[in-house]
Design a protein around this ligand. Sequence first.
Ligand code: G3P
Ligand code: CA
Length: 259
Amino acid sequence: TSFMLSPRLSGGIPIIAHRGASGYAPENTMAAFELAIEMKADYIELDVHLSKDGELVVLHDETLERTTDGVGPVKDRTWAEISRLDAGSKYDPAYRGERIPLLREVLDRFAGRIGILIELKETASYPGIEEKLAQLIEEYDVAVIAAQEGQAAPIMIQSFERESIRYLAERLPDIPRAVLIHPDQHPLSPDTLADLASYADYINCNYEVLDRKLVRDIHALDRKVMAWTLRDEREMERVARLGVDGMITDYPVWGNEGK
Ligand code: G3P
Ligand code: CA
């Protein structure tokens, strides 16, 4: 790309690589996460579902067919079945052999190397997924990782599912968490915004509905705001100017010129 965010704009705004560096490698794979590190992203974002036998697996869709050589709902397949699938070839045959990762595998490989923003998907389909996530995160001493690596928050959680975030606010109070806002939910009433702020650290808004007033309203509640999902250079520059606290993008390299 010919466009580069000026260091003045990009400097200091955390860049989150959406499903990894998914503009350049198959989404939610180890390859995309490694590339995000090469591109100097601050975080990787990933999506989590439960397999039939209760494993936390990293995949965006509820079903397997868009990104892998499997078919059907992930919740109808065991981890043994899912682990054999190819998650790279549909993006590009050069990535044949990339697998759907377990969340545990991603944490083992990346916690401390790059921040990890975990999105819980469709939690109504997966009773108990919040507790499973909490137990897994508890195995990682995030305070030690933060101290070693100088990261404020080695792990963060986000979801559209507000009850899940409310649960995690109680269960893992030290792990920063975000509620995602879809354009259909805009505008948020002051009461709704205040309610969200009572249990979420971040209110992460679709970039289309983000304007100066919304950023100001969220900051007035002493909460932070990230913009998602930036796939356009000019939009990235626009939201950077609004003073957002993070930019979730498929193209993390755009935001990191000058780092
Ligand atoms: O990070 C926000 C974004 O990931 C939410 O949408 O569908 O890409 O998970 P989606
Ligand atoms: Ca996501």
